[in-house]
Structures are given as structure tokens and as C-alpha cells.
Design a protein around this ligand. Structure first.
Ligand SMILES: NC(=O)c1ccc[n+]([C@@H]2O[C@H](COP(=O)([O-])OP(=O)(O)OC[C@H]3O[C@@H](n4cnc5c(N)ncnc54)[C@H](O)[C@@H]3O)[C@@H](O)[C@H]2O)c1
Length: 281
């Protein structure tokens, strides 16, 4: 697969576009409007410039030449694989998969979602080709983290799973693990309750944010603590994933604590808004 489409050029979509273009593929990113498209392009330029400065790529310009950022979903028509990376909202994703099904022309094109928690089945069944709909879940930051979770629904064909594996491992140089179509897949089903426990510990006054994070970094060799990680993921995304896990399993450990809810209400979303459990410059 050489022609890649990415819908949504935010944190994850721009990362997926970057790793695809760095692997030599032709990439089209669709954003929701001119402002968002400009922001997506800016994000890509900054990230590729950093990669060039660090010597990870030869030329940021050469990689950027392989990426087009547009605002018309019709640009997905000739793509062989389309990865959806829009907001974590089931209604929005369902509507998008309906549209993609009507637009994408190749009969064997793969329609993938980067969703963290929405059942792949719900996206597959609104298309005429559920055998070609699969979860391809990248991790943040995409250019750095190696893992991709492959999430076939009950209707996804084995061929789609194997072609997706060949794309992420063979072309993009990632490592894939196989997961069932259950909220949270493998990593978030374990990680989110861990982060929620840290928020509850902080909320109860048991320890400071700094000490909770330092404890896990120095005592368990984690590269960063759970509260710093929540800020990196985005507290809105953390809350949305927790709610999907709670909805699926009805286990108290997945319930979003009140502090997380209030911080999201207040727009304290972590790094992306400059303040979460920590303040960023
Ligand atoms: N943030 C993470 O750490 C992380 C990790 C893995 C997976 N994910 C998942 O990836 C997806 C994207 O998350 P994100 O953190 O990049 O969000 P984000 O808010 O940074 O980006 C979403 C982008 O989608 C665009 N968008 C929204 N509706 C659109 C539409 N209809 N057409 C085109 N563009 C549209 C927005 O303008 C925005 O730029 C979500 O499903 C999320 O659950 C996130």
C-alpha cells in the first residue's frame, strides 16, 4: 500500500501522516476546515524540522513534499488505506465511515480507525465492506512509540488484518500486537485504571502530583509518572477512554474521578492547553 489517507490532522493524525511519509508513502490528510488544516501542516512542519535537526531524517522538505493537507474528503477516493484519527466521538466517527465507504474507490481499500475505545464493529457495520474495516491503534507520540494494536472486529477478514500488519510492520517499521474488539484493547485497559488510581490518590491528598510521578519513575522505572502521562495524552481523551471502558465493563476502577471531570470542564486538558496536573510554558 503506497497511497495513504489520514482523516484528522491533530496530535495522532499528523503523527500517522508523518511516519507514513517518512516511510516513502504518498500521504493525503483531510482536515475539517482551513484553520485546522493550517494547524495540521504547522504541526507536521515543526515535528519534521525537529527530526531533521536530530539527524533522524535527511530532509524535512523532502518528507513534506509527500504530504498534502486538504479539506475535502473526496481526496480519499484513490487511497489504498485510510486511517481515521478524528475526535473520539462515536456519532462523528460513524458518520465519517459512512462517507468514506461512499468515497473510497478501490474495492480492496482498508478503512482503519485509530480510535482508543469505540468498538470497531460499530464503524464496520455502517459500511458496505465491514470485512475491510479494522482498528489500527497507534501510540502517542507516533514517530517515537513503536507499538500498534491491530483490532479486527468479528466481521473483519483475516486478509485485512494481515495486510494491515504488513503495512504497519513492513512499511512503517512498527511492531503490532493483536487485540480483541473490546474497549481499551490491551494497553489502555491496563493503563487507564492505573492513571485513574493516581488521580484518585492525588485528589484524596495522599501525595503530591510530583511525588506520585517521581515514585513511579524512580521506584518502578517508568519513563514518566501517571499524571505527567495523563497531561501528555490529554485529560479530555483520558476521560473519554475511561468512560468507554466504564460503559463496556461497568467496573468501578474505570469510573472517571470527580477531579478529572472538573479539570476537563475547566479546559485544563494537559499539555495541549498549557495546564493540567502541571503547567507548561
Ligand atoms: N491522544 C492520544 O494519546 C491518542 C492515542 C491513541 C489514539 N488516540 C485516538 O486518536 C484519535 C484522534 O485523537 P487526537 O489526540 O489526535 O485528537 P485531536 O483533537 O488532537 O485531533 C483530532 C483532529 O480531527 C479533526 N477533525 C475532527 N472532525 C473531523 C472531520 N469530520 N474531518 C476531518 N478532520 C476532523 C480536528 O480538527 C482535529 O485536528 C481519537 O480517536 C483518539 O481516541 C489518541
Amino acid at each position: 500500500m503506497k497511497n495513504v489517507g489520514v482523516v484528522g490532522g491533530g496530535l495522532m493524525g499528523s503523527g500517522i501522516a508523518e511516519v507514513s511519509a517518512r516511510a516513502g508513502q504518498d500521504v493525503v490528510v483531510v482536515e475539517s476546515g482551513d484553520e485546522a488544516a493550517k494547524a495540521a501542516l504547522g504541526r507536521l512542519e515543526r515535528s519534521l524540522q525537529r527530526a531533521e535537526t536530530k539527524g533522524k531524517i535527511e530532509s524535512a522538505t523532502a518528507v513534506l513534499d509527500r504530504i498534502r493537507v486538504v479539506t475535502d474528503l473526496d481526496a480519499m477516493a484513490d487511497r489504498e488505506v485510510v486511517v481515521e484519527a478524528i475526535v473520539e466521538d462515536e456519532a462523528a466517527k460513524v458518520a465519517l465511515f459512512r462517507s468514506l465507504d461512499a468515497i473510497v474507490e478501490a474495492p480492496d481499500a482498508i478503512l482503519a480507525s485509530n480510535t482508543s475505545s469505540i468498538p470497531i464493529m460499530k464503524l464496520g457495520v455502517v459500511t458496505s465492506r465491514p470485512t475491510q474495516v479494522i482498528g489500527v491503534h497507534f501510540f502517542n507520540p507516533v514517530p517515537v512509540l513503536q507499538l500498534v494494536e491491530l483490532v479486527p472486529s468479528l466481521l473483519t477478514s483475516a486478509e485485512t488484518t494481515e495486510r494491515s500488519r504488513a503495512w504497519v510492520e513492513g512499511s512503517l517499521g512498527k511492531k503490532a500486537i493483536d487485540c480483541q474488539d473490546r474497549a481499551g484493547f490491551v494497553v489502555n485497559a491496563l493503563l487507564i485504571p492505573f492513571i485513574l488510581s493516581a488521580i484518585r490518590m492525588y485528589e484524596s491528598g495522599f501525595a503530591s502530583a510530583e511525588d506520585i510521578d517521581r515514585g513511579l519513575v524512580l521506584g518502578a522505572a517508568h519513563p514518566q509518572g501517571p499524571l505527567a502521562l495523563a497531561d501528555l495524552i490529554g485529560l479530555d481523551t483520558t476521560k473519554a477512554v475511561a468512560e468507554s471502558l466504564y460503559e463496556e465493563f461497568k467496573e468501578p476502577l474505570y469510573a472517571a474521578p470527580p477531579l478529572l471531570q472538573r479539570m476537563v470542564d475547566a479546559g485544563l486538558l494537559g499539555r495541549k492547553t498549557g495546564r493540567g496536573f502541571y503547567t507548561y510554558g
